[in-house]
Every structure is written in structure tokens, then in C-alpha cells.
Design a protein around this ligand. Structure first.
Ligand SMILES: [Cu+2]
Length: 497
């Protein structure tokens, strides 16, 4: 550091010495140099005049040359319904500011040439000129009025919310450091409530599971949108200010913590259609990866994207998601494949408020599962294969008392017994080996009996059923681990005739 300061000081002293020398030299020459000054002025004037056409040609030329990379022209035409409105607004503004730009640049350089320094020439002073004041106030005022009115008009059109009774798809985007959490409404078409106080490791958005609209909502790692359908995006943030930016759709809206915002737009071009649009321009007919000239071209690899347009922190650049615009059918097929977040992640955890009930889908799933096992047991050849475990028949710990959810499986048995009126069945109770043999024997008999009693109560004829307890005598797994003992405690369904 000290060495650097010393070096800098030496350089500084050297510069000062050279400058002092130059000033003395100039001072000595100055009287005889008026001629030199004249030449220099003329030369500089000519340089400025020559710079004018080069500058204008390069400025306008580069704009035209790169136009296919810019939004609002040819290749990058907007892919949403309101996009062209905004593009037109920008282009009108560009037209007027472009005219002003060209005129002022010509005036600047031409006057710099025309009024270059000359011996004996003095500047003119105009203290005030009403006509001039009116002209340069009125022209911008009129132009600005038209631009602002046009802009307000466009703003009202672009920012309109969905009208009553209008059909739309509502999705939710939550920005966080550093990513986007996308939530879709599921088959009911409605996004469930959320509350930041409910945010947890399992529940990153704080969805309120008491609100049944939440149960079918799903989270998506890619954004799929149906073409030509109104999309309303609810935009929120979990931490700092982010910005929901879909450049190709001309959508841009702040994501503000604690204040939901929204944007409504209609995509008009599928990803496929946009790629075709790009494929017509030579700028996009080049290899996407320069190292692989035979690989796919730029237009083939194109994808819309969601980006964050707020410098929100160190990994701000990571806040991007691919966006796929597809046909309505493709969208429906994709949505149908997405598992609901509640069912896939929350169901039967400590955050699940519905552990005491089964949903329709689970009831029919279990019914199908039971029927399948029953069919295969019925058609089996050997007695060993005519047995299966009643997986969902459970008892309270250490007691011969059915858990509330067991009745769904027992009702499946009732239906099966009605479907096959000649079938006779043994209900077999099994325990693990904890506790004494005698206790286990009694417990297994009592449990089998409880199942028997329930079925008879539901109208199954008693002479078609046998209840039998086997205690711990027929383990299917080790009794040395929790998981093994859990498997050994079971009720079996055995077809005996
Ligand atoms: Cu961000």
C-alpha cells in the first residue's frame, strides 16, 4: 500500500512538472499564435461537420440492423393480446422522439461548425423573445398531451381486471429469494386461502388447509398456460421486492411483500407458433450452441420465460422459470397429471387436519384395491394364495376396538360378500410377539370377532364367516424391529369356500 502511494506521488509530481513546462511554453508563444488558432478552429469545425453524418448513419443503422432482437419488431412481436397496444405506444413515442433526436443532432453539429471561433466574431445576446418561448413550449406540450392521453388509454386497457362472469384461469406466483413458487387452482378452478403465519417447512406458501379450496391446488416447477385464455396472475412476495416479468407477453408487475398485486393477460401464440415466427429470421437460424454447429438452431430452442426484474439480491439471476404456452387440451392434460400439494405432501402428516376422514378419491382407490385383491384371491389355485391382508383394518393400540377409518374397508368386504353370495371367509387375527402368548391369543381372537360382528351387523349372513385368532404364531416378518412388528399385527381375509 505504502509502495503504491509512493509510486502514485512520483507520477503526480512528474505530471505537474510537465504541465508547468507546457504552460510556460504556451504563454511565450501566445501572441504570435493567433494564426495557428484560426487554423485549429477551422479544422475542428470541419471535424464536427464530418462527424454528424457518420454518427447519424451509425445510430439509425445499428437500430435497423439489430431490430430483430428488439421487442416490438418482426421476430419479437408480442405474444399476448394487449402486447401490440404497448408496442404501438412505444413505437409512436420512438417516432416523435426520433424526429427530435435527428433534428437536434443536426442542429448541434451544424451550428458548432457554422459558428466556430473566428477573429472579430462576437456572440449575439437575445434577452427575451416571446415568439420563441411560445413555439418551444407549445410544440412539446401538444405532442406530450397526445402521448400521455394515448398512454393513459393503453394503461386502462392493459391493467383492466377480469369482468364479472368472464371466464379465466387464475394462478398465483410467489417470489422469494431466489425463485418463484407457482400455484395452480386444481380442478375446482379456485385458489385456496393462505396466511403467512401458517408458513412452515412442509407448507412453504402458508396454505390454510381448513379451506377446502386448497386441497386440490398444485405447485408447478414450470409455467404452463393455455393459449387464447385470460390468465389472471396473483403476484405476491415472501421476503423482499421482486418483479414478475414475462417479457414476450409484455407483462411486468412488482411482487410486493404483504400486498398482493395482479396482472391479467391473454397469451395469443403457443410456444410452437412463436418458434415458427422466429424461424423466419436469419438471426435465429444459427446454432443455439456455437460449439455444436450441427445441433438445434436458436429458434428451435426458444422458450418463453418468467424473470425477476428487480435487483433483489445476490442470486437474483436464478429467479427464472420456463413458460410453455400450449393448446387448451394439452394444458388440461398437463394439469390433470399434477398431484395436489395437499395430497402428495401434507396428507397424513402432523399438519393434516383431516386424518380422521377419507376423501372420495381415497375411498374409491381403496375400493378398487380391495376388489383387485379379492378377484385374484378368488381365481387363485392354492389355498395359500386365497389369503390377503386387510391393510386398512386397524385397531386402537392394545385393544379390540376398530379405528374409525376401518369401516371403509369393512364396507368393501360387505359389498364383496354380496357380489359373490357363495363365498365363505375366515377372518384371521394376528399379533406381534410383545406381551404374553395368552394375552396375544385373546387379543387376536377378540379383534377377529370385532370384525365378524361388524360384518354381521351390516347384513352378512353369520354362517358365511368364521372369526379366528392366531396370536403371534404366524409372523410374516421379524419381531425384532418396529416395522416388522407393525407388519405382523394384521387382520387377514381368507377364502375358505
Ligand atoms: Cu427477485
Amino acid at each position: 500500500m505504502t509502495a503504491l502511494l509512493i509510486v502514485l506521488s512520483i507520477i503526480l509530481i512528474a505530471v505537474v512538472a510537465v504541465q508547468i513546462g507546457r504552460v510556460t511554453e504556451l504563454a511565450s508563444k501566445i501572441r504570435g499564435e493567433e494564426e495557428m488558432q484560426e487554423v485549429s478552429n477551422r479544422r475542428q469545425g470541419a471535424y464536427l461537420l464530418a462527424f454528424l453524418p457518420i454518427f447519424l448513419v451509425l445510430t439509425i443503422g445499428s437500430g435497423i440492423y439489430y431490430k430483430n432482437y428488439m421487442f416490438g419488431f418482426g421476430a419479437m412481436n408480442a405474444a399476448s393480446e394487449h402486447g401490440p397496444v404497448l408496442d404501438r405506444m412505444f413505437n409512436i413515442t420512438l417516432f416523435f422522439t426520433g424526429i427530435v433526436f435527428i433534428i437536434t443532432q443536426i442542429a448541434l453539429f451544424y451550428f458548432a461548425y457554422k459558428y466556430k471561433g473566428k477573429k472579430g466574431r462576437k456572440a449575439d445576446f437575445i434577452a427575451h423573445d416571446n415568439r420563441l418561448e411560445i413555439v418551444w413550449t407549445l410544440i412539446p406540450a401538444v405532442v406530450m398531451t397526445f402521448l400521455v392521453i394515448g398512454g393513459l388509454d393503453a394503461w386502462n386497457e392493459v391493467m383492466a381486471d377480469v369482468g364479472p362472469g368472464e371466464e379465466y384461469l387464475e394462478i398465483e406466483a410467489t417470489g422469494y429469494q431466489f425463485g418463484w413458487a407457482m400455484r395452480y387452482p386444481g380442478p375446482d378452478g379456485k385458489i385456496g386461502e393462505k396466511d403467512f403465519q401458517k408458513i412452515s417447512g412442509l407448507n412453504p406458501l402458508g396454505q390454510n388447509w381448513q379451506d377446502e379450496k386448497n386441497l386440490d391446488d398444485f405447485h408447478a416447477s414450470e409455467i404452463y398456460l393455455p393459449v387464447n385464455k385470460k390468465i389472471r396472475v396473483r403476484i405476491t412476495s415472501k421476503d423482499v421486492l421482486h418483479n414478475f416479468y414475462l417479457p414476450h407477453f409484455r407483462v411486468k408487475m412488482d411482487a410486493v411483500p404483504g400486498m398482493p398485486t395482479y396482472f391479467v393477460f391473454t397469451p395469443t401464440k403457443t410456444t410452437e407458433e412463436f418458434r415458427l415466427q422466429l424461424s423466419k429470421y436469419p438471426e435465429y437460424q444459427v446454432p443455439a450452441d456455437p460449439a455444436d454447429p450441427e445441433g438445434p438452431q436458436l429458434w428451435e430452442n426458444f422458450d418463453y420465460e418468467l424473470a425477476c426484474a428487480e435487483l433483489c439480491g445476490r442470486s437474483h439471476f436464478a429467479m427464472r422459470l420456463p413458460v410453455k404456452v400450449v393448446s387448451e387440451q394439452e394444458f388440461q392434460a398437463w394439469a390433470a397429471k399434477q398431484p395436489s400439494y395437499y395430497m402428495s405432501t401434507i396428507r397424513n402428516t402432523q399438519e393434516d387436519p383431516y386424518t380422521d376422514r377419507l376423501f372420495e378419491s381415497e375411498i374409491s382407490e381403496r375400493k378398487a384395491e380391495f376388489n383387485e385383491k379379492l378377484e385374484s384371491a378368488l381365481t387363485a389355485e392354492t389355498p395359500d394364495e386365497k389369503v390377503f391382508e386387510l391393510e386398512y383394518v386397524k385397531f386402537e393400540t392394545g385393544a379390540a376396538e376398530l379405528t374409525p377409518l376401518s369401516r371403509y374397508e369393512l364396507n368393501n368386504i360387505v359389498e364383496g360378500m354380496a357380489k359373490y353370495p357363495d363365498m365363505r371367509v375366515e377372518l384371521a387375527g394376528h399379533t406381534d410377539n410383545t406381551g404374553g402368548d395368552e394375552v396375544n391369543q385373546t387379543l387376536s381372537e377378540n379383534r377377529a370377532q370385532v370384525v365378524y360382528d361388524y360384518l354381521v351387523e351390516q347384513g352378512v349372513s353369520a354362517d358365511r364367516l368364521v372369526a379366528r385368532g392366531y396370536g403371534a404364531s404366524q409372523p410374516v416378518d421379524t419381531n425384532n424391529t418396529d416395522a416388522g412388528r407393525e407388519k405382523n399385527r394384521r387382520t387377514e381375509f381368507k377364502i375358505i369356500g
